[in-house]
Every structure is written in C-alpha cells, then in structure tokens.
Design a protein around this ligand. Structure first.
Ligand SMILES: [Zn+2]
Length: 367
C-alpha cells in the first residue's frame, strides 16, 4: 500500500473556545429524546453503557450523544458543534482502523478476561469536560469503582493532568483548556483505547507510534504528546514524514532496537523544537509496518501482548523488558530490519519537503 493512500480526506474544523452547556439530556442519532424513547432493539452493550453513565451525566447537566453503531458514547459539557466534531472523528477512526492497522486473526492476549474491552465493537465513553469539579468527580468515581486504581492513588494524579484514558474499563476523558487543538489530543487517546482490545498491551513506543501515525494522517500533524513532560514547539507538529526520512539518511541512523527503552516523559526536543529522533523513529517504524509489513506487525504485537499478559499481568506501568523486546523484533522482522526501514524511508523521502512553521513554544501537559 502506498503511504499517500493513508492520508484520509476528513473535514477539518477550528476548535475555538468551548461554550458551556448546563441543560443535559440525551441525543440519539442526532435527535433529542427522552431515555424512555430509546429503541427497544438497541444493542445490549450500548444500552448497558447508557444506563451506567446516565446518573453521573444527569446529576451534572452533561449531554449524552449516542448512535446505535458508533464506537463511543460522548458525554459532554462542551458546545454542540465541537462535541459533534469529536464524535465524527471517533466514527471515522473506527471506520478506518483496519486501513491503518491490520485486523488481528485471533483474540489479543489479555491479562484479565473480565474487562469490557475484550470485544473491540463494544462502545466506550468519551467525556469532554469543561469544569474542574466535574473532572475531579469523574476521576474519583473511576478510582472508587476500580480497585487497581485505588491501590495506586490514581485519582489524585489524574487531577493534575488535562485528561486521561484507561483500558480497564476503556474510557477517554479530555478536560478543555489543553493548549493547542483538542482534536489531536482526543484522536490520539482514541487510538490507544481502540487498539487495546485488538492487540492487548503494547510497549510505550508502539502505542505512541500508532497514535502519532494516525494523528499525522488524519489531522496533518502530531500534537497529542503523552511522551512530553513540558513544552511543545510549533516546529514539532508538522513534517514528521520528511523528518523521519531525513533521520534515516544520516550517516549513522538510530536502530529500531533502541526504541525498546523509550519511556514516558523523556522526550528530548532540540531548543528550536527539533523533534526527538526516537519519536520520529517510532512514528516511521509504525508507518513502515502499516504500509509494508502488516503480517509481521501483527506477529510483533501479539508477542509483546503475550509477554505483558503473562509476566506483567495488569500492571499499568509494565513494559516488556528491553531485551525481550529486542529478541521479538529480531525474530519477527529478521536481521535486516534497520536496512529495510531505511529503504522505506528512502521511498517516502522522495516527497517534496514542506516549509517549517516558525518556532514557538507552547505549553502542553501530556496525558
Ligand atoms: Zn499517547
């Protein structure tokens, strides 16, 4: 498949400041209806999700947007047009997911079969939150309902972030006021959460590489940085494909095997926002897998998920050990992986290079 085929034509909109709504209610298939008027043949998983989220939403005047076949139920404090844009992004992502990433042939190895996410077609909630008390209440509710979060004192940590996503249960929450375009942030988190039931737990660099790859393809740039701990420069947002190609043209390009040691919060951009080579490499390697090595891509993810399920159980911060990752990479892709990746980079590097945007630092807390 050609790289260009993955650059999907989707409508772009400017985010603007979200207006606050306080009149709650349910919108089903685009129409406001009372809960009692929901169709009787609603998919059981959707009905269960609506029943579960309804009390929290009603108590706080949040609006609930649902569709019978959508991958998410959106529960929002944000203005309607902005909310619907995120809903469309989620639907588009679900519809195109198997173009970006190969469809697994067997269920993912997961540590805990009781999670809701074992079936990728089960909808999950996307919360778009405007006010801190609602955000804090939601984080505390998640912690109270899930023992493994309690043990980690998770809600207090989440309160310092601009949003969060979880795999058990699957949920994406974005608090408005993030710097930059929330569409990037939400789309990025949706990739993580949609990937989980399909492929299981992956090393940090695989998860980030996948989300960056989709962000760049759909929104023409990369902005949702779970990887950063401080500032995002304008120059870091665009030109990923060309910068990846340029990186691999260097005399001593980095090896894919170095990705195994990538950890959150260690992103190292240059002073003028020159991208961290490891982030470029993760992005480019996933693009390579998506375009040219889909069978190996699946085999690699299955091996990573198997280790995570068996050894890591469901430890949120578990990473497949560096040596194990390297063995899996070499066993799956063979000894010429770096050479093959360089030749892929050479092919996409023939695209015309884009002008760089002016450098400007912008605060962007990760999530
Ligand atoms: Zn991420």
């Amino acid at each position: 498949m050609n790289v260009a085929l993955l650059f999907l034509p989707l409508l772009l909109g400017s985010p603007g400041a979200p207006e606050r709504v306080r009149d709650g209610g349910l919108w089903f298939e685009g129409r406001r209806i009372p809960f009692s008027k929901l169709p009787t043949d609603l998919p059981a998983a959707l009905r269960a999700l609506l029943d579960k989220e309804r009390p929290f939403a009603e108590e706080r005047g949040l609006r609930i947007y649902a569709k019978a076949k959508a991958p998410v139920v959106v529960i929002s404090e944000w203005g309607e047009s902005q909310t619907l844009k995120h809903f469309e992004d989620a639907e588009a992502l679900a519809a195109e997911f198997t173009r970006f990433f190969p469809e697994p042939k067997e269920p993912a190895p997961l540590a805990d079969e009781e999670i809701d996410g074992a079936d990728p077609s089960t909808p999950f909630p996307l919360f778009l939150i405007q006010t801190m008390p609602v955000y804090t209440a939601l984080a505390e509710k998640m912690e109270a309902e899930h023992e493994y979060l309690k043990e980690q004192g998770w809600a207090a940590r989440a309160a310092n972030l601009q949003g969060f996503h979880l795999y058990r249960p699957r949920i994406v929450v974005c608090l408005s006021g993030t710097y930059g375009d929330p569409r990037h942030w939400v789309l990025h988190e949706l990739v993580h959460v949609m990937a989980y039931p399909r492929y299981g737990r992956q090393p940090f660099w695989v998860e980030e590489g996948m989300a960056w790859f989709v962000e760049d393809a759909i929104l023409k740039g990369v902005f949702g940085f779970c990887y950063r701990s401080n500032f995002l420069w304008d120059a870091e947002k665009s030109g990923w494909s060309n910068d990846f190609a340029g990186l691999l043209r260097k005399d001593k390009p980095p090896s894919v095997l170095q990705l195994a040691s990538l950890r959150p919060g260690t992103y190292a951009a240059g002073d003028s926002g020159v991208k961290d080579p490891r982030a470029l490499l993760a992005y480019g390697f996933i693009a390579f897998c998506s375009n040219e090595r889909r069978g190996e891509f699946l085999a690699m993810m299955s091996a990573f998920a198997k280790d995570a399920a068996e050894v890591g159980e469901f430890e949120a911060s578990y990473e497949v050990p560096v040596e194990t990752q390297r063995k899996i990479l070499e066993a799956t892709f063979g000894p010429d992986l770096d050479k093959d990746l360089a030749s892929f980079a050479g092919r996409i590097g023939k695209e015309a290079s884009k002008p760089k945007t002016p450098s400007k630092a912008e605060r962007y807390p990760g999530g």
